[in-house]
Ligand binder design. Structure first.
Ligand code: NA7
Length: 547
């Protein structure tokens, strides 16, 4: 009796994993090349982090209008209601994009990619999903974002807790009732700050477990008036903002102030800092003196100014010292500051306590709360919120069993350090391109700007490869060596290494500490990656032209 024939597997030209900003713009572009493209998304809708992060207060930290796709057909008839839109509105936005670009027919939701292996006989990836689907794809694009793998630290006794426990990134879509509850929040990163700011207003009691203070900056939130925004669109102001975003260091509409801190008098400095603080957002971080993130003395002046602004808002001196200590625990801006609206007023309320985990670490979670080294009895809680972040930047990719041509997974290949060419491609993982991955501007650039730059590159690169009949390509080890050194050199020249941050994987115990992002600015990055398209035959890539 002959064996059963293998079921014929569906074949795609391009399979993209994830349906966030990067994936949607790439799908839209590649379809115009008449490629057969599919997106597999593990969630029930598109949006990436804007689908899963539904915790109270979740909101973007980029101000209008550059947190969106720059295609006119998308922005001409969609206006955000707020300068910094919240998660719900971003979901509404993604629905708009999907319908405008007719994307849904090429996206499969609730589809989790679990493994992928390169088939040398076909120059295709064989991709496996949790539901048993197996498909072949010539080009494979994990577009997983930098925050797709939530991190839960080991907390002794957590499973004994009789109340509710939620990680901010796995918040139930239907919400959680916090009104009148005793709430404990562990973590004060962006998610923790946003969550505290909202639930502090409704909880009966809130206890914040803080390990590192977050140097929060005033958001200067505001409503956007539809008519005014339409006028700006017509006058070219939107297009001008989009164009500008490609020319600035971080993909926003503003850039570093072209002077060093001590080139100006203390009065001039004070005036600039105040102006940037009043304008709001990341300006006091990323539109400040150009030496602020490189020179420790310059940085200290900026920190002292910021601290003074917090002390003016938090009257309780003990709380103020925890939130903005006299001695900075790390340089100003070396760890990502969060934006706030009334965080400092909320935490000043008498029903909110801050526990300093440096002096009183958590000993265990009990049935009824959290016990620290200083407590006889636990901090009682009905709900524990884990705002403990992500295995950021690399965690999404290393959690999938993607096998290279040497049989090693991405995780195994990167055991001694992350290695990519431009954050876009890996050696021994042919025909695989990353969107928003490690060693690219990723967390150091406005998300949509970076995603559009990289989608544009993948689009052009594939066009060029197809024109030349290339069916297999991977970067050389030499090109990767060069890129990793470049990323490290730029990082080491800044103050960023001095903060124990997820920017360098330092938030995950036992993980190698290394720069996970390109911190040399967006414009040089764009120039470098585009050069590699112009000269693909040069030493950077190994290409094969037939199967
Ligand atoms: P973050 O920024 O990584 O914040 C996680 C927070 O959790 C941070 O304050 C950590 O303290 C804290 N943490 C982590 N592990 C522990 C343990 N074991 N005990 C106590 N506290 C802990 O994640 P977010 O979700 O807030 O934000 C991620 C990014 O997403 C954000 O920057 C935006 O770009 C969007 P630490 O600071 O390490 O001392």
């Amino acid at each position: 009796m002959g064996s059963m024939p293998e079921p014929i597997k569906e074949e795609f030209d391009v399979l993209i994993v994830g349906a966030g900003f990067g994936a949607l713009t790439l799908l839209h572009k590649l379809r115009k090349q008449n490629l057969k493209v599919k997106v597999y998304e593990r969630a029930a809708a598109s949006g990436g982090v804007w689908y899963s992060n539904t915790y109270p207060g979740a909101r973007v930290d980029t101000d209008a209008p550059v947190y969106q796709f720059y295609d006119k057909e998308i922005w001409e008839d969609f206006t955000f209601k707020e300068r910094y839109p919240g998660q719900k509105e971003l979901q509404r936005y993604f629905a708009h994009v999907e319908s405008k670009w007719h994307l849904a027919k090429d996206i499969e939701y609730n589809k989790r990619v679990e493994a992928a292996k390169f088939d040398e006989s076909r120059h295709q990836w064989l991709v496996e999903c949790a539901d048993g689907t197996e498909v072949y794809t010539r080009w494979f694009v994990p577009a997983l974002g930098f925050a797709s793998q939530p991190y839960v630290p080991y907390l002794k006794g957590l499973s004994d807790f009789k109340g509710q426990v939620y990680h901010t990134a796995k918040w139930p879509q239907w919400g959680v009732k916090l009104k009148g509850k005793r709430v404990a929040v562990i973590g004060t990163g962006a998610s923790g700050i946003q969550c505290i700011q909202e639930c502090g207003k409704v909880a009966e009691h809130l206890t914040i477990f803080q390990r590192t203070p977050n140097y929060c900056l005033p958001m200067n939130q505001g409503l956007l008036n539809e008519e005014e925004e339409q006028k700006k669109k017509k006058s070219g102001a939107y297009q001008a903002a989009f164009d500008t975003s490609y020319t600035t260091f971080t993909g926003f509409t503003f850039d570093f102030y072209p002077k060093n801190t001590f080139d100006e008098t203390p009065e001039e400095r004070e005036a600039l800092y105040q102006k940037l603080l009043d304008e709001g957002g990341f300006r006091i971080w990323l539109a400040s003196y150009q030496d602020m993130l490189f020179n420790p003395e310059a940085n200290k002046v900026a920190y002292d100014f910021w601290r003074k602004s917090v002390l003016a808002r938090v009257k309780d001196t003990a709380k103020a010292e925890l939130l903005a200590p006299e001695k900075a625990p790390h340089p100003f801006g070396a760890k990502r500051p969060s934006l706030e609206q009334d965080f400092y007023e909320v935490v000043s309320r008498p029903n909110i306590d801050i526990v300093d985990l440096n002096t009183t670490p958590i000993v265990e979670i009990t049935e009824t709360g959290i016990r620290t080294s200083a407590d006889g009895s636990a901090h009682e809680a009905d709900v524990i919120i884990l705002a403990t972040g992500f295995d950021a930047v690399t965690g999404g990719l290393t959690s999938i069993d993607i096998q290279g041509t040497d049989g090693k997974t991405v995780k195994e290949s990167w055991a001694n350090g992350t290695r990519t060419n431009f954050g876009l491609a890996l050696s021994k993982f042919p025909n695989m391109f990353l969107m928003y991955g490690p060693q690219s501007p990723t967390a150091f650039a406005n998300g949509p700007t970076c995603a559009q730059v990289q989608a544009d590159w993948v689009d052009k690169f594939l066009k060029m490869l197809r024109k030349q009949g290339v069916t297999r390509i991977e970067p050389t080890e030499a090109a990767i060596d060069r890129w990793v050194s470049r990323v490290t050199e730029v990082w080491d020249g800044s103050l960023f290494p001095l903060a124990k941050s997820w920017y360098q994987g330092a938030n995950i115990p036992g993980r190698k500490v290394e720069p996970l992002n390109w911190t040399g600015g967006l414009p040089p990055y764009i120039e470098m990656i585009n050069k590699s398209i112009a000269n693909p035959e040069l030493e950077d890539w190994v290409m094969v032209r037939s199967v």
